[in-house]
Design a protein. Structure first.
Length: 217
C-alpha cells in the first residue's frame, strides 16, 4: 500500500461522527452530567445557555441512547465519507437551530434531549447530496429514489405529530414523547446544506455513473 492510499484511508475515517457518538455515551454514564446538560426551559431562562447545544448528547435511557447513537454513527459516517465539510456545516447549524426552534416554536416543552434531531439532519443531508449528484444524470431512477427518501422523512414527522408516538424508539421512559419539530428543523437544515454548492462537487460521483463505469458502459 503506497502513501497516497494510506492518506486516502485516513481521510475517510469519520472522526467527527465517532467523537460525537463517544461523547453521547460518556455523558450517559454520568447522571449528574445529564441533569446539567439537557434542555430545560427554566434553566435556560436562568441563562444556562450551554444547554441549547449540549442537550443533543443527553439521553433518557439505554434504549434511547442505543437507537439515537447507532443512527447518528451510521448516517454521520456515510455523510462524512461523501462530504465531510457539508456534514460539519449541517451539524453546526442544526445543533443551534433545533433548540432555538423548540424555544420559539414549542414554548410548552420544558425538557428536551437526544440526537434524533441531528439524526434527521444527517438523513436529509445524505439524501439531498445524493439527489443533487444525480440531477445531471440521464438515469432518473436514482434521483427519484432519493427524492422518495426525503418524502419519507416528512411522512415520519407527520406520523409522530399525529400519533404522539416515536417511530423507531419505544416510549419506555415516563413522560417521553416525540418532538417532531426538532426532526423537522433538523431535516430542513440537512436539505438546505445538501442542495447547496456545486452539483458535481464532492468525493463520490453519482450512483448511476459509478454503475456505468463498473459495467464498462
Amino acid at each position: 500500500m503506497n502513501i497516497n492510499n494510506k492518506q486516502n484511508i485516513v481521510r475517510r475515517i469519520p472522526y467527527a461522527s465517532l467523537c460525537f457518538t463517544l461523547m453521547a455515551i460518556l455523558v450517559h454514564l454520568f447522571y449528574k452530567w445529564r441533569l446539567d446538560l439537557l434542555y430545560e426551559r427554566n434553566a435556560i431562562s436562568g441563562l444556562e445557555l450551554w444547554r441549547l447545544a449540549t442537550c443533543h448528547w443527553v439521553h433518557l435511557n439505554s434504549d434511547h441512547l442505543f437507537w439515537s447513537t447507532a443512527t447518528f454513527l451510521f448516517l454521520g459516517s456515510i455523510c462524512e465519507i461523501l462530504d465531510r465539510k457539508k456534514t460539519l456545516i449541517t451539524l453546526g447549524i442544526a445543533v443551534v437551530l433545533i433548540p432555538l426552534g423548540l424555544w420559539w416554536g414549542h414554548s410548552a416543552l420544558m425538557v428536551y434531549c437526544g440526537l434524533s434531531g441531528l439524526d434527521c439532519a444527517l438523513y436529509a443531508l445524505l439524501f439531498s447530496v445524493l439527489f443533487r449528484r444525480e440531477w445531471t444524470s440521464p438515469d432518473r431512477g436514482w434521483m427519484l429514489f432519493y427524492l422518495f427518501g426525503l418524502v419519507a422523512l416528512l411522512v415520519k414527522v407527520s406520523y409522530e405529530s399525529i400519533t404522539g408516538q416515536t417511530l423507531f424508539v419505544a416510549n419506555t421512559h415516563p413522560g417521553m414523547v416525540p418532538v417532531p419539530l426538532s426532526h423537522l428543523v433538523g431535516g430542513l437544515v440537512g436539505i438546505m446544506v445538501g442542495l447547496s454548492g456545486n452539483k458535481g462537487g464532492g468525493r463520490i460521483s453519482s450512483c448511476s455513473s459509478l454503475l456505468r463505469q463498473y459495467n464498462g458502459i
